[in-house]
Ligand binder design. Sequence first.
Ligand code: NAD
Length: 419
Amino acid sequence: MKKFRLGVFGIYRGIAYAQATRFSEDVELVAICDKLGDQIEKAKLRLKNDKITYYTTFDEFIKHDMDIVVLANYATEHAPFAIRCLNAGMHVISELEPCQTMKEAVELVNAAEKSGKTYVLAENACYNGSTREMKKLYREGKIGEFLYGECEYIHDNCDSYRYNYGDPDHWRTRMYSTFYCTHSLGPIIHATGLRPVSVTGFELPCTEKTMRRGKRAGLAGVEMVTLENGSIVHSVHGSLPHYSLWWCMHGEKGTMESARFNTQYGNGARIFTNIYEDENVNEDNVVTYLPKMNEGAKNAGHDGADFYVLDNLIDYLKGNKNADIIDIYEAFDMFLPGMFAYISLLKGGVPVEIPDMRDKAAREKWKDYTGCTDPAVAGDMLWPTHHNGTPDIPYQYYEALQKRWKDFSENEKRKLEND
Ligand SMILES: NC(=O)c1ccc[n+]([C@@H]2O[C@H](COP(=O)([O-])OP(=O)(O)OC[C@H]3O[C@@H](n4cnc5c(N)ncnc54)[C@H](O)[C@@H]3O)[C@@H](O)[C@H]2O)c1
């Protein structure tokens, strides 16, 4: 069978997908695009594959013969590029958040529907050992109907120089606190299949520490989300001082949660369940789940999760309509609670309704809404980066980050050259 030709746009995080293709019999990596020559040089040293064509502009890259494009460019700029790929007849893997404004959201869903091509959100948190098992147990009815959940993605980016390069205009310096909500919320939405209907947003203050890291947003964002069956999810994500990816789901018959804290040290596959098969018997049952992984997954990042994003899309494109993908509508079910939590914050913390992107009339109401924190996109609907206002960050903080990034990047390249 002919292989799917895959291109990667943005080769910083995108390298994970470039490397994942090595372990797939169905995919061939044919093109890579990044505007930074340094990143291209590093990718060449890492991949050592002379069949790949490298580009520095999207306009040239999109002319390459490709079936699937991974968009690993700036998180706030995915929608316009996704629309161009869909219109050009390519399937899209969006790494990660789908758009920056509601106007873009509407345009993206319209383009996906019209193109007939497949768009998937690369929310890899839905594919690690624990979240895959929690979805399976939920769908088997083990905890009964979902009632309440908590989830968190805590990542203290002390190496911010690697994440924003000391560029004051980088998306990570300007994104609002509730923007990046899909690592925490995504797996609960994906397991239950329930649609979020309303949200109330909260955020922590901007602190001196986050400002030294160049960020103008609150330290962390919090969403209290109501799902369509009346259940509630409490989601928190941001730069508190430790690392944690954690999900907890309470149902009418039981509870399950993943191992909390330090999941990067190998606990990502462990879950604990308390399931009461008979409501008169309190029988606790702890399950340790060790996922079966194929070779590709063993070598892929985030406990194999990065591999399964691609693997499931291929499975779907080969005809398995039950493949475990996150389609365009579910992508917005995971993402919109964060965007609307910020709208809630800007309205003084009141609950706000989340539109159902499957409903054309409901989404079209938002087709002119450009509210966001990027002055180049927002027009006259520019949001502050914190609901209390946009803080001024002294330029020397960015200069310090630029220097650290330059040293790190040169060192990284030297190491690759000597490998
Ligand atoms: N799922 C995860 O675990 C995970 C982890 C890290 C990053 N991400 C996602 O990956 C995406 C990229 O983040 P990142 O960490 O790589 O940092 P980044 O956003 O700084 O890097 C994006 C890369 O794309 C390139 N790029 C951007 N616009 C371009 C353009 N117009 N033309 C050519 N090249 C362009 C940049 O030069 C850069 O190398 C983001 O959406 C982020 O959310 C996901």
